[in-house]
Ligand binder design. Structure first.
Ligand code: PLP
Length: 597
């Protein structure tokens, strides 16, 4: 392809991309593809073409073969996982990055790549209200680096944490470096290292421990503590590890867990961790961390919390429920100066296309001393001068992409105020979803929140007491009291469901009776609520028009609705909610019919 051919092809590709984006925003494509696994191979030749093909031959295959197999993450009906926002300035950044293709592992490989990265990471540290310790010019030698993903950031940090722990311990024991005794001690210690995280943390910590070759243990959480780590539970887990002969070297604390956006309360956990000064504290804020661009998240008003009143669901808390306010940063992110590292993904919520994961460390030496290997062919006078940053020492791969460009373009095109506006708008869309669950007639009748909505994420499930009693009765032998209820209700309904008014009446009678007899929802109803919540999501996803995810923790399975992408809107949330209600009611009828036959 020569320059003229490229010009024509690029113009055509840009038109195609604009058309695609417009279609997706207008919901022209169902959010999920309806193809079957293996759909592509029969449409493509068995072998790569022997002879060159023209762009005119290549481009149409995007529309005919690739788009039918895409899941449209920018669709307003994409409410699954967390968003992965793509924007035009970001796409432009990718184009230039690809054109320059500079795998800038050392400063000299393309000084602009390194220097722009340092600058935009400092901009973002300030924009996110992070402590100045994380800036590249901090006296303590902190700094930021762009990683491909949060998982990559976490495993990189775990390796640095492991090495820091091992060497600190050997230094404290006075073992000379290098020495055979030190090597032997390190080998012995390595087999005992254990990384910690809560049982809600993203799986990347467990995976990181596998890659770092260490154990991983979780700190148990409970709904009573809003799925956040309780200081007593942390202390108990640490003590247990030590009693078992293990060496805790690292902990992930979360600002916005994947399932429910729970936040570990750093201000309550830091005092516990102060007694274990060699443990590396990492904050995984992969999704929610970008909300810190808004002052109301970075410096929440006194007494405010982005989590809610403790939920009382009958499970026993680790001890006393957490003091209020909870949340990772109730006093603002200045407390982050007590942690060793922090990551957040711009490629989730903050308008930069995948991949752009920001990783900040308080001491870059911890990273570089763990990861720096300098064979002769990588040495140069600039590196030797100590005046430049070689980001290869801050990451696992050697080569790296010029990701700073797309961040630079996005930040300049939107301005920090534009980034804030996006976060605030999508949070409002999420709040609308939560309102539908808690305030609409259908919502009140059918669903219950599982956790307080946070960061545009709403987690709810079918209420156990909304499951038709006939189904519950069939599912398990009910106790005498509840059988009585079932009979009453069945008679009143005449059908398992009746009209909405009848159901209201039934619900009122039922709740009166339940409060009289102090009857808890039976386990059968709980199990059905879980099973049906999952089935609702699967049924909806099978229809390809709306994409949701379900999750499960501590005996509750629930529906997650996320509203973070640029095309998210209240209108689509309302339609999605209608679909969830309709599917739930249809599922009740279907299962009832199946049970009868
Ligand atoms: N941490 C949290 C809290 C997440 O929610 C996720 C993904 O959703 C990750 C880490 C992993 O992110 P990545 O895909 O960037 O590795």
């Amino acid at each position: 392809m020569d320059a003229d051919e490229f010009r024509k092809a690029a113009h055509a590709a840009i038109e195609d991309i604009i058309q695609y984006n417009t279609n997706v925003a207008n919901n022209t494509h169902p959010v999920l593809p309806s193809i079957k696994p293996g759909y592509l191979a029969p449409q493509l030749p068995k072998a790569a073409p022997e002879h060159p093909q023209s762009w005119q031959d290549i481009q149409p295959d995007i529309t005919s073969k690739i788009i039918p197999g895409l899941t449209h993450w920018q669709s307003p009906n994409f409410m699954a996982f967390f968003p992965a926002c793509a924007t035009y300035p970001s796409i432009l950044g990718e184009m230039y990055s690809s054109a320059f293709t500079a795998p800038a592992f050392n400063w000299l490989c393309s000084p602009a790549c390194t220097e722009l990265e340092t600058i935009v990471l400092d901009w973002l540290a300030d924009a996110l209200h992070l402590p100045t310790d994380f800036r590249s010019d901090s006296p303590g030698g902190g700094g930021g680096v762009i990683q491909g993903s949060a998982s990559e950031a976490i495993v990189t940090i775990m390796v640095a944490a492991r090495e820091r722990y091992l060497h600190r311990k050997c230094d404290a024991e006075g073992l000379p470096n290098p020495s055979p005794e030190r090597d032997a001690r390190i080998a012995g210690l390595r087999s005992k290292l254990v990384a910690l995280s809560s049982d809600q943390a993203h799986s990347s910590t467990a995976k990181g421990a596998i890659i770092a070759g260490t154990f991983h243990r979780t700190v148990k959480t409970s709904f009573e503590d809003e799925l956040a780590v309780h200081p007593d539970a942390l202390e108990a887990t640490l003590r247990k590890c030590i009693a078992d002969g293990l060496e805790p070297y690292y902990i992930t604390l979360s600002y916005g867990t994947t399932s429910t956006c729970a936040q570990d309360p750093l201000h309550l956990l830091a005092p516990v961790l102060q007694n274990y000064p060699d443990i590396w504290i990492h904050i995984d804020a992969a999704y929610a961390g970008t909300a810190l661009v808004c002052p109301e998240y970075a410096n929440p008003p006194e007494g405010a919390s982005s989590t809610t009143e403790a939920m009382t669901n009958g499970t026993s808390p680790s001890s006393q429920p957490l003091q209020k306010p909870t949340g990772l940063l109730p006093q603002g992110p200045s407390i982050l100066c007590q942690v060793d590292s922090f990551n957040t993904n711009m490629h989730k919520w903050l308008l930069v296309s995948f991949d752009a994961s920001l990783l900040y460390v308080r001491s870059r030496r911890d990273l570089t001393s763990a990861l720096s290997v300098s064979p002769a062919y990588l040495q140069n006078k600039h590196t030797d001068s100590g005046l430049v940053t070689d980001y290869r020492d801050w990451q696992i791969p050697l080569g790296r992409r010029f990701r700073a460009l797309k961040i630079w373009f996005v930040v300049r095109s939107y301005g920090i105020e534009g980034l804030r506006a996006h976060i605030r708008r999508t949070v409002r869309v999420g709040e609308h979803c939560a309102k539908l669950v808690t305030e609409s007639k259908d919502g009140k009748e059918l669903f219950e929140l599982v956790t307080k909505p946070a960061f545009g994420l709403t987690c709810f499930r079918i209420r156990p007491d909304a499951i038709p009693r006939a189904l519950v009765r069939r599912s398990s032998a009910l106790d005498a009291n509840s059988t009585e209820n079932v009979e009453t209700e069945s008679t009143m309904n005449g059908s398992p469901f009746g009209t909405v008014e009848q159901q209201d009446e039934v619900a009122q009678n039922q709740s009166k009776q339940q409060s009289l007899t102090k009857m808890q929802p039976t386990q059968a109803a709980e199990d059905l609520a879980n099973e049906f919540s999952k089935q609702v999501v699967e049924t909806i996803n099978d229809q390809c028009q709306l994409f949701l995810t379900s999750s499960s923790t501590h005996g509750k399975t629930f529906i997650r609705v996320v509203s973070g992408n640029t095309n998210a809107s209240e209108e689509y949330i309302e339609k999605a909610f209608e679909t969830i209600v309709k599917t739930t009611r249809e599922l009740f009828v279907k299962v009832e019919k199946e049970k009868q036959t």
